[in-house]
Design a protein around this ligand. Structure first.
Ligand SMILES: [Zn+2]
Length: 411
């Protein structure tokens, strides 16, 4: 078993140790007789830092528990000349450790707040690179939900406990003693001795994590997104410098948004709502205008097209219409008169074709489109009266329309 120095002192960032073993592993790995490096467990992620001898200093990239209770340090490169018995110096990345302490102690304070205020126990804790989260069990509650007001209340109470700067003590007790203490969280392990994190008159939890010494060192706690998950409600939070950094990023983002509207940051939602309303009404106006344009254009095209063999064959290639407009125009053309066949195309923005005929006409637009697509290397098809297709480039579109028109005239 490795002697875990962090159990007794979370602020120990430098230590000396002796190499115990160099375990077989895909990555270079090292086991020491004692360590201040925290291995991933209990929701808290591992420390990083450095291990050095007189000659070399190597980065510790990950730390993990082995199955037999030892701590394995993974290194960026193999330590040469290293064997069991070699003396090494370990150094923890202090800013990463401090951040983890703020998040983890923040979690204890917050979890206790949810229990005391709303009887919502924490069933899991996750610490990520960006944010942390706890899952609250709400299945035993009369109203199994978590409101915005409850979130704000828990946040306020947690921050009060932080401001009161309560001492946080680490104690080791037997299972029997622990049973009498009334722990918020009792671990599942079989171990006889339990490590208790005692936030004075606020929270008692069995936990192996690294914690601050006084709640004031958490700094502050900020609750973020909440979402319904299978086992209850997930509450995202951040503490300490992370909370400040996130608030800073939020402010920068909001300021950027506000400057786009030339408004105050608190007016951004109102400005966005106003803009969305404008976009919606303009979209409606545009659709209306396109309908009117298509109707007028269809009427003009039909007037300019002579009837031949009892049919009006309209052939037209546009340079700047989209597929939707072609379809709209085809609809208008084929509904304005009972004997219309329309062969329409556009060369940009997306080279596309639309073939359509008035209901009851004899040709097959779907078949003609399939045939045209196979010649142009595009994809498309449709029904007997309406078909559409898209092609990779505009070359040959006009010739293809002429071909189809010639086929129709010959029928
Ligand atoms: Zn904990």
């Amino acid at each position: 078993m490795t002697d875990r120095l962090y159990y007794r002192d979370s602020f120990l960032y430098d230590f000396d140790a002796e190499v115990q073993a160099l375990p077989e592993s895909a990555r270079p790995a090292l086991i020491l007789d004692r360590t201040a490096f925290y291995p991933t467990s209990g929701g808290q992620v591992f420390d990083t830092g450095w291990i050095s001898t007189d000659n070399v200093k190597l980065k510790v990239t990950e730390v993990a528990d082995s199955e037999d209770g030892r701590v394995v340090h993974y290194l960026e490169a193999p330590l040469k000349d290293l064997r069991p018995g070699t003396r090494v110096h370990g150094q923890i990345d202090a800013s990463r450790r401090r951040d983890h302490m703020q998040q983890h102690s923040g979690q204890h304070v917050l979890s206790a707040a949810f229990v005391r205020l709303f009887n919502m126990p924490t069933v899991s804790f996750h610490m990520g690179d960006d944010y942390c989260s706890i899952d609250l069990d709400i299945k035993d509650l009369d109203t199994p939900t978590l409101s915005k007001e409850q979130v704000e209340q828990a946040e306020r109470l947690a921050n009060e406990i932080i401001l009161e700067n309560r001492p946080v003590d680490v104690r080791f007790v037997t299972r029997d003693e622990a049973a009498k203490l009334g722990l918020r969280k009792v671990p599942v392990t079989e171990r006889d001795e339990l490590r208790i994190i005692d936030i004075r008159d606020w929270d008692l939890s069995a936990c192996g994590g690294t914690h601050i010494a006084q709640t004031g060192q958490i700094g502050c706690i900020l609750l973020r997104k909440t979402e319904r998950v299978r086992q209850g409600w997930r509450v995202e939070f951040i503490a300490g410098q992370r909370a400040v950094a996130t608030a800073r990023r939020d402010f920068t983002t909001l300021t950027e948004a506000a400057s786009l509207f030339s408004s105050h940051i608190y007016d951004v939602p109102q400005q966005v709502r106003k803009s969305l309303d404008e976009i919606r009404s303009q979209r409606k106006q545009r659709e209306q205008s396109l309908e009117e344009l298509a109707a007028a254009q269809a009427a003009a095209m039909l007037a300019a097209t002579p009837e031949s063999s009892g049919r009006k064959l309209v052939v037209r290639t546009f340079a700047d219409r989209d597929m939707n407009y072609l379809k709209l125009l085809a609809q208008k053309l084929t509904r304005l008169a009972p004997n219309v066949v329309a062969l329409l195309a556009t060369t940009s923005p997306q080279p596309s074709l639309v073939f359509a005929q008035s209901a009851g006409q004899a040709s097959d637009m779907g078949a003609l489109m399939k045939d045209a697509m196979s010649k142009l290397g595009g994809r498309g098809g449709g029904s007997k009266d309406m078909a559409q297709g898209g092609v990779p480039n505009a070359d040959g579109i006009e010739a293809a329309l002429s071909n189809v028109a010639a086929t129709l005239r010959a029928q």
